[in-house]
Design a protein around this ligand. Sequence first.
Ligand SMILES: [Zn+2]
Length: 356
Amino acid sequence: MTVLKSSRLPLVEDRNIDGAGFPAGMVFSGDQNLPISACARITSAGRVLYDGLVPVKTSKKNQRTVLVAKNLSPLSWLVHGFSTRLGGSSCVYHKGDLNLGFTKDDSRAVVERNRSTFLGEIGASDVPGRSREARKKTSFPWPLVTLRQIHSDIIHRIDALPGAELAGDGLLTATPELLVAIQTADCFPIILVDVKRRAVGVFHAGWRGTAKRVVEKGVGEMFRHFGSRPRDLRAAIGPGIQSCCYEVGEEVRTNFESQFEYANELFREVKESDPVRERYPLLFLTACAPGHGELPVKIFLDIAEANRRQLLAAGLPAKNIEISTLCTKCNNDLLFSHRAEKGRTGRQMAVAGIRE
Ligand SMILES: [Zn+2]
């Protein structure tokens, strides 16, 4: 690992980061009218605080890069991290990918190696010896628990490695040295941490899980299992497909409108410009006056904001919630994106665990 000395890195090189005409170094926040400029900071070798746009072109393009949440990194008893695709051994999607999911394209042995690399990187390994030599010989990753994710609101509390793979979209634990993980490639990974009772939860939130309030329910489950009070919880919403790119169908909006009173704040509409219509308005003549036919409208959903609203509704103070502004589709050279790669891609992982 190379230690980058600079505390501030240049933003992306001067190019269109998402093909939609936004200038380099700008990312969309929840408010689509307010592109915010953000800056990633290197905290230690290969670790990047994720409250901003991570440089996708560093001097070492394939350097291992782990994203850590600013509000979680001061907790010395906590191990956590959001992986990126950089610095792995997979070759099936892009050479040097850190694919952490057992996808049908990638070899199991390679994914195992990538997982071990990532877990070592975030410090989720037993390290009996203190010397560098001892660490090299004896370190091995803690047990890692993943789910067969099914876009549900099913949440499991685990105290040991389960005998068989569980199906669901949330995992909770208060057991030290047991890692809980979510795998994504556009959906949002969310980590919840009880700073008082030392318990953690991870959640998988695509639009379906969000509509089922998986994270809101997760706050309730943490209270039920560990007595967690919302004011003691910190949340980190990791990188996913942001509202700049997440186009959805009308049925998704209808679904949200039927159950969230703030649903209209989660969607934005963009009128599709249509050069053919503009050139030949008479062809599109309807009952309206010439040239006044309705243009098709594209609808974009802000899943990160939807989950923030659920965390607020569950009682978390706003200051306890951190959201990555990284869009997986806009930053496809840093992160896996199901949409950008048309379904054939790897998986990044969000992991949380407790040190003894
Ligand atoms: Zn985007």
